[in-house]
Design a binder for this molecule. Structure first.
Ligand SMILES: Nc1ncnc2c1ncn2[C@@H]1O[C@H](COP(=O)(O)OP(=O)(O)O)[C@@H](O)[C@H]1O
Ligand SMILES: O=C(CO)[C@@H](O)[C@@H](O)COP(=O)(O)O
Length: 557
Protein backbone atom coordinates (compact mmCIF):
# COMPACT_ATOMS: atom_id res chain seq x y z
CA UNK A 1 0.00 0.00 0.00
CA UNK A 2 1.42 3.42 -0.98
CA UNK A 3 1.35 6.50 1.21
CA UNK A 4 -2.05 7.32 2.70
CA UNK A 5 -3.36 10.63 3.99
CA UNK A 6 -6.20 12.10 6.00
CA UNK A 7 -7.56 15.63 6.17
CA UNK A 8 -8.47 17.38 9.41
CA UNK A 9 -10.65 20.48 9.29
CA UNK A 10 -10.55 22.73 12.35
CA UNK A 11 -13.44 25.15 12.75
CA UNK A 12 -12.19 27.91 15.09
CA UNK A 13 -13.90 31.12 16.16
CA UNK A 14 -12.58 33.32 13.37
CA UNK A 15 -11.56 30.93 10.65
CA UNK A 16 -11.57 27.34 9.48
CA UNK A 17 -8.44 25.46 8.36
CA UNK A 18 -7.73 22.22 6.59
CA UNK A 19 -4.57 20.20 7.10
CA UNK A 20 -3.52 17.29 4.93
CA UNK A 21 -1.56 14.79 7.01
CA UNK A 22 0.67 11.85 6.15
CA UNK A 23 -0.70 8.95 8.16
CA UNK A 24 2.63 7.21 8.61
CA UNK A 25 4.08 9.84 10.96
CA UNK A 26 1.70 12.78 11.17
CA UNK A 27 3.70 15.06 8.88
CA UNK A 28 1.55 18.01 7.92
CA UNK A 29 1.98 18.08 4.19
CA UNK A 30 -0.21 21.08 3.42
CA UNK A 31 -2.52 23.46 5.22
CA UNK A 32 -4.89 26.23 4.23
CA UNK A 33 -6.91 28.74 6.23
CA UNK A 34 -10.24 30.25 5.19
CA UNK A 35 -11.34 33.30 7.14
CA UNK A 36 -15.08 33.15 7.69
CA UNK A 37 -16.50 35.62 5.14
CA UNK A 38 -19.09 36.86 7.68
CA UNK A 39 -16.77 36.59 10.71
CA UNK A 40 -18.37 36.69 14.17
CA UNK A 41 -21.64 38.61 13.96
CA UNK A 42 -22.07 40.37 17.29
CA UNK A 43 -23.58 43.69 16.29
CA UNK A 44 -25.75 43.22 13.22
CA UNK A 45 -27.26 40.51 11.00
CA UNK A 46 -25.75 40.20 7.50
CA UNK A 47 -27.49 42.05 4.64
CA UNK A 48 -29.99 43.41 7.10
CA UNK A 49 -30.58 46.38 9.32
CA UNK A 50 -31.39 44.15 12.30
CA UNK A 51 -29.11 45.02 15.23
CA UNK A 52 -28.10 42.46 17.82
CA UNK A 53 -28.48 42.91 21.57
CA UNK A 54 -25.64 42.86 24.07
CA UNK A 55 -23.89 39.51 24.56
CA UNK A 56 -25.00 38.08 21.22
CA UNK A 57 -22.54 36.23 19.00
CA UNK A 58 -23.72 34.56 15.80
CA UNK A 59 -22.17 32.90 12.79
CA UNK A 60 -23.23 32.21 9.21
CA UNK A 61 -23.57 28.49 8.39
CA UNK A 62 -22.64 29.10 4.75
CA UNK A 63 -19.16 30.09 5.98
CA UNK A 64 -18.59 26.55 7.25
CA UNK A 65 -19.27 25.09 3.80
CA UNK A 66 -17.07 27.78 2.27
CA UNK A 67 -14.17 26.48 4.41
CA UNK A 68 -14.63 23.00 2.91
CA UNK A 69 -14.95 24.33 -0.62
CA UNK A 70 -11.87 26.54 -0.40
CA UNK A 71 -9.49 24.86 2.03
CA UNK A 72 -9.88 21.17 1.08
CA UNK A 73 -9.14 21.67 -2.65
CA UNK A 74 -6.31 24.03 -1.65
CA UNK A 75 -4.48 21.38 0.40
CA UNK A 76 -4.93 18.84 -2.38
CA UNK A 77 -3.53 21.32 -4.89
CA UNK A 78 -0.61 22.38 -2.68
CA UNK A 79 0.41 18.83 -1.83
CA UNK A 80 -0.11 17.24 -5.24
CA UNK A 81 -1.55 14.22 -3.44
CA UNK A 82 -3.96 12.02 -5.41
CA UNK A 83 -7.43 12.41 -3.79
CA UNK A 84 -7.77 8.61 -3.97
CA UNK A 85 -5.02 8.40 -1.35
CA UNK A 86 -6.94 10.61 1.08
CA UNK A 87 -8.73 7.87 2.97
CA UNK A 88 -10.48 9.83 5.71
CA UNK A 89 -11.59 13.24 6.85
CA UNK A 90 -12.39 14.44 10.37
CA UNK A 91 -13.57 17.79 11.68
CA UNK A 92 -13.37 19.57 15.01
CA UNK A 93 -15.51 22.53 15.95
CA UNK A 94 -16.04 25.20 18.58
CA UNK A 95 -18.88 24.23 20.90
CA UNK A 96 -21.63 24.71 21.89
CA UNK A 97 -22.10 26.34 18.52
CA UNK A 98 -25.67 25.44 17.62
CA UNK A 99 -28.29 26.10 14.98
CA UNK A 100 -31.95 25.40 14.24
CA UNK A 101 -32.59 23.38 11.08
CA UNK A 102 -35.75 22.47 9.16
CA UNK A 103 -36.97 19.00 8.10
CA UNK A 104 -34.66 19.09 5.07
CA UNK A 105 -31.63 19.82 7.25
CA UNK A 106 -31.37 23.42 6.04
CA UNK A 107 -30.55 26.16 8.57
CA UNK A 108 -33.62 28.29 9.32
CA UNK A 109 -31.59 31.43 8.60
CA UNK A 110 -31.43 30.37 4.92
CA UNK A 111 -35.16 30.88 4.65
CA UNK A 112 -36.01 34.38 3.28
CA UNK A 113 -38.89 34.87 5.69
CA UNK A 114 -36.84 33.90 8.77
CA UNK A 115 -33.47 35.44 8.02
CA UNK A 116 -34.25 38.71 9.80
CA UNK A 117 -34.90 36.90 13.05
CA UNK A 118 -31.57 36.63 14.93
CA UNK A 119 -32.72 33.38 16.53
CA UNK A 120 -32.72 31.63 13.15
CA UNK A 121 -28.90 31.95 12.91
CA UNK A 122 -26.03 29.92 14.39
CA UNK A 123 -25.45 30.79 18.03
CA UNK A 124 -21.69 30.75 18.47
CA UNK A 125 -20.13 29.27 21.63
CA UNK A 126 -19.50 32.77 22.97
CA UNK A 127 -23.11 33.90 22.59
CA UNK A 128 -23.75 34.83 26.23
CA UNK A 129 -27.28 36.19 26.00
CA UNK A 130 -28.86 33.12 27.58
CA UNK A 131 -27.49 33.89 31.05
CA UNK A 132 -31.00 34.36 32.54
CA UNK A 133 -31.94 30.90 31.30
CA UNK A 134 -28.67 29.45 32.62
CA UNK A 135 -29.30 30.98 36.05
CA UNK A 136 -32.75 29.38 36.19
CA UNK A 137 -31.44 26.03 34.98
CA UNK A 138 -28.92 26.07 37.81
CA UNK A 139 -31.41 27.18 40.42
CA UNK A 140 -34.00 24.55 39.47
CA UNK A 141 -31.44 21.75 39.04
CA UNK A 142 -30.06 22.53 42.48
CA UNK A 143 -33.50 22.65 44.11
CA UNK A 144 -34.34 19.29 42.57
CA UNK A 145 -31.00 17.79 43.56
CA UNK A 146 -30.26 16.82 39.96
CA UNK A 147 -27.31 14.44 39.94
CA UNK A 148 -26.01 15.71 36.60
CA UNK A 149 -25.12 19.10 38.07
CA UNK A 150 -22.03 17.82 39.86
CA UNK A 151 -20.64 16.45 36.59
CA UNK A 152 -20.61 20.05 35.34
CA UNK A 153 -18.82 21.63 38.25
CA UNK A 154 -22.09 22.66 39.94
CA UNK A 155 -23.21 25.03 37.17
CA UNK A 156 -24.53 24.81 33.65
CA UNK A 157 -23.17 27.54 31.40
CA UNK A 158 -25.09 30.05 29.33
CA UNK A 159 -22.84 28.91 26.47
CA UNK A 160 -24.48 25.50 26.31
CA UNK A 161 -27.27 23.82 24.39
CA UNK A 162 -30.12 23.85 26.90
CA UNK A 163 -29.71 27.52 27.84
CA UNK A 164 -29.46 28.51 24.18
CA UNK A 165 -32.46 26.42 23.11
CA UNK A 166 -34.51 27.81 25.97
CA UNK A 167 -33.59 31.37 25.01
CA UNK A 168 -34.95 30.65 21.53
CA UNK A 169 -38.17 29.34 23.02
CA UNK A 170 -38.55 32.37 25.29
CA UNK A 171 -37.69 35.06 22.78
CA UNK A 172 -38.76 33.51 19.47
CA UNK A 173 -41.30 30.76 20.08
CA UNK A 174 -42.12 30.72 16.35
CA UNK A 175 -38.49 29.82 15.53
CA UNK A 176 -38.52 27.15 18.24
CA UNK A 177 -41.70 25.76 16.70
CA UNK A 178 -40.35 25.88 13.13
CA UNK A 179 -37.08 24.16 14.08
CA UNK A 180 -37.18 20.48 13.32
CA UNK A 181 -34.00 20.07 15.38
CA UNK A 182 -31.26 21.99 17.13
CA UNK A 183 -27.88 20.68 16.04
CA UNK A 184 -24.32 21.39 17.01
CA UNK A 185 -22.63 23.03 14.01
CA UNK A 186 -20.11 20.14 14.10
CA UNK A 187 -22.94 17.67 13.50
CA UNK A 188 -24.52 19.86 10.82
CA UNK A 189 -21.30 19.96 8.79
CA UNK A 190 -20.94 16.18 9.13
CA UNK A 191 -24.52 15.89 7.91
CA UNK A 192 -23.66 18.02 4.87
CA UNK A 193 -20.65 15.80 4.15
CA UNK A 194 -22.38 12.43 4.62
CA UNK A 195 -26.08 13.06 4.10
CA UNK A 196 -27.00 11.57 7.47
CA UNK A 197 -27.61 13.19 10.84
CA UNK A 198 -26.01 11.93 14.04
CA UNK A 199 -24.87 13.67 17.22
CA UNK A 200 -21.30 13.28 18.39
CA UNK A 201 -20.90 12.09 21.98
CA UNK A 202 -18.27 14.76 22.74
CA UNK A 203 -20.45 17.85 22.21
CA UNK A 204 -23.55 16.02 23.48
CA UNK A 205 -21.65 15.10 26.66
CA UNK A 206 -19.87 18.39 27.39
CA UNK A 207 -22.38 20.88 26.02
CA UNK A 208 -25.72 19.05 25.87
CA UNK A 209 -25.79 17.47 29.35
CA UNK A 210 -25.99 14.01 27.79
CA UNK A 211 -24.55 11.09 29.77
CA UNK A 212 -23.36 7.74 28.44
CA UNK A 213 -25.45 5.75 30.93
CA UNK A 214 -28.25 8.15 31.88
CA UNK A 215 -28.84 9.94 28.58
CA UNK A 216 -30.22 13.51 28.83
CA UNK A 217 -31.71 14.99 32.03
CA UNK A 218 -35.25 13.70 32.68
CA UNK A 219 -38.51 14.96 31.13
CA UNK A 220 -39.51 16.00 34.64
CA UNK A 221 -36.52 18.25 34.90
CA UNK A 222 -37.27 19.91 31.57
CA UNK A 223 -40.94 20.24 32.56
CA UNK A 224 -39.85 21.94 35.77
CA UNK A 225 -37.85 24.41 33.69
CA UNK A 226 -40.76 25.12 31.36
CA UNK A 227 -43.64 22.78 30.43
CA UNK A 228 -43.00 23.62 26.76
CA UNK A 229 -39.55 22.02 27.08
CA UNK A 230 -40.80 18.71 28.48
CA UNK A 231 -40.24 16.72 25.31
CA UNK A 232 -37.19 18.59 23.97
CA UNK A 233 -34.90 15.56 24.08
CA UNK A 234 -37.24 13.47 21.93
CA UNK A 235 -38.08 16.30 19.55
CA UNK A 236 -35.56 19.09 18.99
CA UNK A 237 -32.59 17.16 20.41
CA UNK A 238 -33.61 13.74 19.11
CA UNK A 239 -31.20 11.50 17.20
CA UNK A 240 -28.55 8.92 17.92
CA UNK A 241 -25.55 10.00 19.95
CA UNK A 242 -22.55 8.26 18.40
CA UNK A 243 -19.22 7.69 20.14
CA UNK A 244 -16.01 9.46 19.26
CA UNK A 245 -13.68 7.43 17.09
CA UNK A 246 -16.44 6.04 14.92
CA UNK A 247 -17.29 6.62 11.28
CA UNK A 248 -20.21 9.00 10.71
CA UNK A 249 -20.60 7.96 7.09
CA UNK A 250 -19.06 8.41 3.68
CA UNK A 251 -18.59 11.49 1.52
CA UNK A 252 -21.57 12.04 -0.78
CA UNK A 253 -21.19 12.38 -4.57
CA UNK A 254 -22.38 15.98 -4.42
CA UNK A 255 -19.98 17.07 -1.68
CA UNK A 256 -17.13 15.12 -3.30
CA UNK A 257 -17.71 17.23 -6.41
CA UNK A 258 -17.52 20.44 -4.38
CA UNK A 259 -14.42 19.65 -2.36
CA UNK A 260 -12.39 17.53 -4.72
CA UNK A 261 -12.18 14.28 -2.74
CA UNK A 262 -13.45 10.84 -3.79
CA UNK A 263 -17.06 9.93 -3.06
CA UNK A 264 -17.10 7.26 -0.35
CA UNK A 265 -14.16 8.75 1.60
CA UNK A 266 -14.61 7.86 5.30
CA UNK A 267 -15.93 10.75 7.39
CA UNK A 268 -15.38 10.66 11.16
CA UNK A 269 -17.83 11.71 13.82
CA UNK A 270 -17.06 15.33 14.84
CA UNK A 271 -15.31 16.43 18.02
CA UNK A 272 -14.89 19.70 19.96
CA UNK A 273 -11.82 21.67 18.84
CA UNK A 274 -10.05 21.71 22.19
CA UNK A 275 -10.64 18.00 22.71
CA UNK A 276 -9.18 17.16 19.31
CA UNK A 277 -6.07 19.08 20.40
CA UNK A 278 -5.43 16.55 23.19
CA UNK A 279 -4.83 13.90 20.54
CA UNK A 280 -2.94 16.39 18.43
CA UNK A 281 -0.29 16.79 21.13
CA UNK A 282 -0.24 13.04 21.77
CA UNK A 283 -1.66 13.05 25.32
CA UNK A 284 -3.34 9.70 25.94
CA UNK A 285 -2.80 9.20 29.69
CA UNK A 286 -3.89 10.95 32.95
CA UNK A 287 -2.09 13.77 34.76
CA UNK A 288 -1.22 15.83 31.68
CA UNK A 289 -3.21 18.99 31.18
CA UNK A 290 -3.55 20.21 27.59
CA UNK A 291 -4.14 23.94 27.18
CA UNK A 292 -5.73 24.81 23.85
CA UNK A 293 -4.80 28.47 23.66
CA UNK A 294 -6.47 30.71 21.11
CA UNK A 295 -9.40 33.11 21.23
CA UNK A 296 -10.33 31.32 24.44
CA UNK A 297 -8.44 28.79 26.52
CA UNK A 298 -9.66 25.26 27.15
CA UNK A 299 -8.03 23.05 29.78
CA UNK A 300 -8.33 19.31 29.22
CA UNK A 301 -7.13 16.49 31.41
CA UNK A 302 -7.71 12.73 31.60
CA UNK A 303 -8.26 10.74 34.76
CA UNK A 304 -9.27 7.23 35.81
CA UNK A 305 -11.83 8.53 38.26
CA UNK A 306 -14.87 10.77 38.28
CA UNK A 307 -14.41 13.65 40.75
CA UNK A 308 -16.34 16.81 41.46
CA UNK A 309 -14.39 19.93 40.65
CA UNK A 310 -15.75 23.42 41.26
CA UNK A 311 -16.56 25.28 38.09
CA UNK A 312 -15.16 22.77 35.64
CA UNK A 313 -17.06 22.69 32.36
CA UNK A 314 -17.59 18.99 32.69
CA UNK A 315 -16.36 15.47 33.18
CA UNK A 316 -17.47 13.03 30.50
CA UNK A 317 -16.73 9.34 30.34
CA UNK A 318 -14.89 8.57 27.07
CA UNK A 319 -15.31 12.30 26.32
CA UNK A 320 -11.83 12.63 24.82
CA UNK A 321 -10.35 9.14 24.71
CA UNK A 322 -12.17 5.84 25.24
CA UNK A 323 -11.49 4.35 28.67
CA UNK A 324 -10.87 7.63 30.55
CA UNK A 325 -12.85 10.33 32.23
CA UNK A 326 -12.20 13.48 30.19
CA UNK A 327 -12.24 16.73 32.18
CA UNK A 328 -12.68 20.18 30.68
CA UNK A 329 -12.42 23.66 32.18
CA UNK A 330 -11.79 26.95 30.47
CA UNK A 331 -11.42 30.70 30.18
CA UNK A 332 -13.90 32.36 27.82
CA UNK A 333 -11.37 34.91 26.63
CA UNK A 334 -7.59 34.85 26.40
CA UNK A 335 -6.47 35.78 22.86
CA UNK A 336 -9.69 37.76 22.59
CA UNK A 337 -8.54 40.03 25.45
CA UNK A 338 -5.20 40.65 23.77
CA UNK A 339 -7.02 41.37 20.52
CA UNK A 340 -9.35 43.81 22.26
CA UNK A 341 -6.33 45.58 23.69
CA UNK A 342 -4.47 45.74 20.40
CA UNK A 343 -7.49 46.87 18.39
CA UNK A 344 -9.36 49.07 20.85
CA UNK A 345 -7.01 50.39 23.48
CA UNK A 346 -3.44 50.71 22.23
CA UNK A 347 -2.40 54.32 21.47
CA UNK A 348 -1.74 55.24 17.87
CA UNK A 349 1.98 55.75 18.55
CA UNK A 350 2.37 52.03 19.27
CA UNK A 351 0.96 51.09 15.88
CA UNK A 352 3.16 53.67 14.20
CA UNK A 353 6.28 52.48 16.05
CA UNK A 354 5.49 48.86 15.21
CA UNK A 355 4.97 49.77 11.55
CA UNK A 356 8.26 51.66 11.48
CA UNK A 357 10.08 48.65 12.90
CA UNK A 358 8.30 46.36 10.45
CA UNK A 359 6.78 44.31 13.24
CA UNK A 360 3.22 43.54 14.26
CA UNK A 361 1.62 45.28 17.26
CA UNK A 362 1.46 42.02 19.23
CA UNK A 363 5.16 41.42 18.66
CA UNK A 364 6.06 45.03 19.49
CA UNK A 365 4.16 44.85 22.77
CA UNK A 366 5.57 41.42 23.61
CA UNK A 367 9.14 42.56 23.07
CA UNK A 368 8.74 45.55 25.36
CA UNK A 369 6.66 43.76 27.98
CA UNK A 370 9.35 41.08 28.19
CA UNK A 371 11.81 43.69 29.48
CA UNK A 372 9.86 43.98 32.76
CA UNK A 373 10.42 41.75 35.75
CA UNK A 374 7.40 40.07 37.34
CA UNK A 375 5.74 42.60 39.65
CA UNK A 376 7.60 45.57 38.15
CA UNK A 377 4.55 47.08 36.43
CA UNK A 378 2.61 47.39 39.70
CA UNK A 379 -0.48 46.28 37.78
CA UNK A 380 -2.91 43.46 38.28
CA UNK A 381 -5.92 42.51 36.16
CA UNK A 382 -8.92 40.20 36.35
CA UNK A 383 -9.21 38.37 33.05
CA UNK A 384 -12.99 38.56 32.72
CA UNK A 385 -13.39 40.59 29.54
CA UNK A 386 -15.76 37.87 28.29
CA UNK A 387 -17.08 36.69 31.65
CA UNK A 388 -15.65 33.86 33.69
CA UNK A 389 -16.06 30.31 32.46
CA UNK A 390 -14.08 28.43 35.18
CA UNK A 391 -14.22 28.34 38.10
CA UNK A 392 -16.97 30.92 38.67
CA UNK A 393 -19.13 30.11 35.61
CA UNK A 394 -20.55 33.61 35.34
CA UNK A 395 -20.85 35.39 32.02
CA UNK A 396 -21.95 38.62 33.75
CA UNK A 397 -18.51 39.29 35.26
CA UNK A 398 -16.33 41.83 33.46
CA UNK A 399 -12.68 42.87 33.26
CA UNK A 400 -10.70 44.83 35.82
CA UNK A 401 -7.31 46.55 35.80
CA UNK A 402 -5.85 47.94 38.99
CA UNK A 403 -2.65 49.80 39.83
CA UNK A 404 -2.50 52.34 36.96
CA UNK A 405 -0.55 55.57 37.41
CA UNK A 406 0.27 58.48 35.14
CA UNK A 407 3.45 56.62 34.17
CA UNK A 408 1.79 53.36 33.13
CA UNK A 409 2.87 52.31 29.64
CA UNK A 410 0.85 50.30 27.05
CA UNK A 411 3.32 47.40 27.22
CA UNK A 412 2.87 47.25 30.99
CA UNK A 413 -0.87 46.93 30.61
CA UNK A 414 -0.29 44.27 27.94
CA UNK A 415 1.94 42.35 30.33
CA UNK A 416 -0.68 42.62 33.10
CA UNK A 417 -3.28 41.18 30.72
CA UNK A 418 -1.02 38.26 29.81
CA UNK A 419 -0.41 37.63 33.52
CA UNK A 420 -4.11 37.85 34.39
CA UNK A 421 -4.91 35.03 31.98
CA UNK A 422 -2.13 32.93 33.53
CA UNK A 423 -3.59 33.52 36.99
CA UNK A 424 -6.97 32.43 35.62
CA UNK A 425 -5.36 29.19 34.46
CA UNK A 426 -3.69 28.75 37.86
CA UNK A 427 -7.17 28.94 39.48
CA UNK A 428 -8.32 26.10 37.24
CA UNK A 429 -5.26 23.95 37.99
CA UNK A 430 -5.69 24.52 41.73
CA UNK A 431 -9.36 23.50 41.52
CA UNK A 432 -8.44 20.24 39.78
CA UNK A 433 -5.57 19.45 42.14
CA UNK A 434 -7.60 20.22 45.28
CA UNK A 435 -10.31 17.85 44.14
CA UNK A 436 -8.10 14.90 43.32
CA UNK A 437 -7.56 15.32 39.58
CA UNK A 438 -3.80 15.37 39.13
CA UNK A 439 -2.20 18.01 36.90
CA UNK A 440 1.47 17.00 36.83
CA UNK A 441 2.47 18.30 33.42
CA UNK A 442 1.29 21.01 31.06
CA UNK A 443 1.07 20.86 27.27
CA UNK A 444 0.18 23.92 25.22
CA UNK A 445 -1.10 24.23 21.68
CA UNK A 446 -3.05 26.68 19.56
CA UNK A 447 -2.25 30.05 18.07
CA UNK A 448 -0.99 31.64 21.30
CA UNK A 449 1.37 28.81 22.20
CA UNK A 450 2.90 29.13 18.75
CA UNK A 451 3.15 32.91 18.64
CA UNK A 452 3.87 34.32 22.08
CA UNK A 453 6.98 33.15 23.95
CA UNK A 454 6.56 35.68 26.77
CA UNK A 455 3.07 34.38 27.43
CA UNK A 456 4.33 30.80 27.66
CA UNK A 457 7.12 31.78 30.07
CA UNK A 458 4.61 33.64 32.25
CA UNK A 459 2.35 30.57 32.30
CA UNK A 460 5.29 28.37 33.32
CA UNK A 461 6.25 30.83 36.09
CA UNK A 462 2.71 31.38 37.40
CA UNK A 463 1.80 27.68 37.42
CA UNK A 464 5.29 26.58 38.51
CA UNK A 465 5.19 23.84 35.91
CA UNK A 466 7.20 23.01 32.83
CA UNK A 467 5.23 23.48 29.60
CA UNK A 468 5.66 21.35 26.50
CA UNK A 469 4.57 22.90 23.22
CA UNK A 470 2.85 21.03 20.42
CA UNK A 471 5.01 20.59 17.38
CA UNK A 472 2.01 20.93 15.13
CA UNK A 473 0.90 24.42 14.17
CA UNK A 474 -2.63 23.16 13.64
CA UNK A 475 -3.03 20.81 16.59
CA UNK A 476 -6.83 20.46 16.65
CA UNK A 477 -6.82 19.84 12.88
CA UNK A 478 -4.15 17.18 13.34
CA UNK A 479 -6.32 15.54 16.01
CA UNK A 480 -9.31 15.72 13.66
CA UNK A 481 -7.25 14.12 10.88
CA UNK A 482 -6.41 11.27 13.29
CA UNK A 483 -10.13 10.66 13.72
CA UNK A 484 -10.44 10.63 9.93
CA UNK A 485 -7.71 7.96 9.84
CA UNK A 486 -9.56 5.89 12.45
CA UNK A 487 -12.84 6.24 10.55
CA UNK A 488 -11.05 4.74 7.52
CA UNK A 489 -9.50 1.94 9.61
CA UNK A 490 -6.17 0.09 9.49
CA UNK A 491 -7.26 -2.06 6.58
CA UNK A 492 -7.39 0.99 4.32
CA UNK A 493 -4.09 2.37 5.61
CA UNK A 494 -5.46 4.28 8.62
CA UNK A 495 -5.64 3.18 12.26
CA UNK A 496 -7.95 1.02 14.31
CA UNK A 497 -7.83 3.15 17.44
CA UNK A 498 -7.32 6.80 18.23
CA UNK A 499 -4.59 5.94 20.73
CA UNK A 500 -2.65 4.08 18.01
CA UNK A 501 -3.06 7.08 15.72
CA UNK A 502 -1.94 9.59 18.38
CA UNK A 503 1.13 7.53 19.28
CA UNK A 504 2.28 7.50 15.64
CA UNK A 505 1.19 10.93 14.48
CA UNK A 506 1.62 13.42 17.36
CA UNK A 507 4.77 15.22 18.55
CA UNK A 508 5.86 17.97 20.93
CA UNK A 509 8.77 20.34 20.37
CA UNK A 510 12.14 19.65 21.98
CA UNK A 511 12.24 23.10 23.58
CA UNK A 512 10.06 23.50 26.67
CA UNK A 513 9.29 26.47 28.96
CA UNK A 514 10.56 25.90 32.49
CA UNK A 515 9.56 27.94 35.55
CA UNK A 516 12.19 30.41 36.73
CA UNK A 517 12.31 30.24 40.56
CA UNK A 518 12.77 34.02 41.11
CA UNK A 519 9.76 34.72 38.90
CA UNK A 520 7.67 32.04 40.56
CA UNK A 521 8.28 33.55 43.98
CA UNK A 522 6.98 36.98 42.90
CA UNK A 523 4.04 35.49 41.06
CA UNK A 524 3.04 33.61 44.22
CA UNK A 525 2.55 36.99 45.90
CA UNK A 526 0.70 38.45 42.93
CA UNK A 527 -1.49 35.36 42.74
CA UNK A 528 -2.50 35.88 46.35
CA UNK A 529 -3.63 39.40 45.43
CA UNK A 530 -5.36 38.09 42.29
CA UNK A 531 -7.22 35.54 44.42
CA UNK A 532 -8.45 38.25 46.77
CA UNK A 533 -9.81 40.31 43.85
CA UNK A 534 -11.18 37.15 42.23
CA UNK A 535 -13.21 36.20 45.29
CA UNK A 536 -14.24 39.74 46.18
CA UNK A 537 -15.65 40.58 42.74
CA UNK A 538 -16.54 37.06 41.68
CA UNK A 539 -18.12 35.51 44.73
CA UNK A 540 -20.52 38.24 45.83
CA UNK A 541 -18.24 40.40 48.00
CA UNK A 542 -18.91 43.29 45.65
CA UNK A 543 -21.34 42.96 42.72
CA UNK A 544 -20.29 46.23 41.10
CA UNK A 545 -19.68 44.48 37.76
CA UNK A 546 -23.25 43.21 37.67
CA UNK A 547 -24.65 46.57 38.76
CA UNK A 548 -22.75 48.32 35.99
CA UNK A 549 -24.07 45.84 33.48
CA UNK A 550 -27.66 46.37 34.64
CA UNK A 551 -27.26 50.15 34.48
CA UNK A 552 -25.78 49.80 30.99
CA UNK A 553 -28.69 47.65 29.84
CA UNK A 554 -31.18 50.17 31.21
CA UNK A 555 -29.35 53.01 29.52
CA UNK A 556 -29.38 51.19 26.18
CA UNK A 557 -33.04 50.28 26.49
N1 LIG B 1 1.34 37.31 19.02
C1 LIG B 1 0.20 37.19 19.68
N2 LIG B 1 0.17 37.31 21.01
C2 LIG B 1 -0.98 37.19 21.69
N3 LIG B 1 -2.16 36.93 21.10
C3 LIG B 1 -2.19 36.78 19.78
C4 LIG B 1 -1.02 36.90 19.00
N4 LIG B 1 -1.38 36.71 17.70
C5 LIG B 1 -2.72 36.47 17.70
N5 LIG B 1 -3.21 36.51 18.94
C6 LIG B 1 -4.59 36.21 19.38
O1 LIG B 1 -4.84 34.83 19.11
C7 LIG B 1 -6.24 34.63 18.88
C8 LIG B 1 -6.44 33.64 17.74
O2 LIG B 1 -5.96 32.39 18.11
P1 LIG B 1 -6.01 31.14 17.12
O3 LIG B 1 -5.57 29.95 17.89
O4 LIG B 1 -5.22 31.48 15.92
O5 LIG B 1 -7.52 31.09 16.63
P2 LIG B 1 -8.85 30.32 17.14
O6 LIG B 1 -9.13 30.67 18.55
O7 LIG B 1 -9.90 30.86 16.20
O8 LIG B 1 -8.62 28.85 16.96
C9 LIG B 1 -6.84 35.99 18.63
O9 LIG B 1 -7.68 36.29 19.71
C10 LIG B 1 -5.64 36.95 18.60
O10 LIG B 1 -5.90 38.11 19.29
O1 LIG C 1 -15.72 25.93 24.33
C1 LIG C 1 -14.91 25.38 23.63
C2 LIG C 1 -14.52 24.02 23.83
O2 LIG C 1 -15.30 23.40 24.79
C3 LIG C 1 -14.26 26.04 22.46
O3 LIG C 1 -14.84 25.58 21.32
C4 LIG C 1 -14.35 27.54 22.52
O4 LIG C 1 -13.74 27.93 23.70
C5 LIG C 1 -13.70 28.21 21.30
O5 LIG C 1 -12.39 27.80 21.06
P1 LIG C 1 -11.29 28.70 20.29
O6 LIG C 1 -10.79 29.68 21.29
O7 LIG C 1 -11.92 29.34 19.13
O8 LIG C 1 -10.22 27.73 19.88
Amino acid sequence: MGKKYAIGVDYGTQSGRAVLVDLADGTEVADHVTEYPHQVMDEQLPDSSVKLDLDWALQHPADYIEVLKRSVPAVIRQSGVDPADVIGLGIDFTACTMLPIDEAGEPLCFSPELKDNPHSWVKLWKHHAAQDEANLINQIAEERGEAFLSRYGGKISSEWMIAKAWQILNEAPDIYERADMFLEAADWVIYKLTGSISRNSCTAGYKGNWHKQDGYPSRDFFKALDPRLEDITTTKLRGDVVPLGTKAGELTEEMAGWIGLKPGTAIAVGIIDAHAAVLGVGVVTPGKMVMAMGTSLCHLVLSDEEKQVEGMCGVVEDGIIPGYMGYEAGQSAVGDIFQWYVEEAVPAYVKEAADKEGSGVYEWLEQRAAAYKPGETGLLALDWWNGNRSVLVDADLTGLLIGCTLLTKPEEIYRALLEATAFGTRKVIDAFQENGVAVDELYACGGLAQRNRLLMQIYADVTNREIKIADSKQTPALGAAMFGAVAAGAEKGGYDSIVDAAKKMARVRKETFKPIPEHTAVYEKLYEEYSKLHDYFGRGGNDVMKHLKAIKEDARA
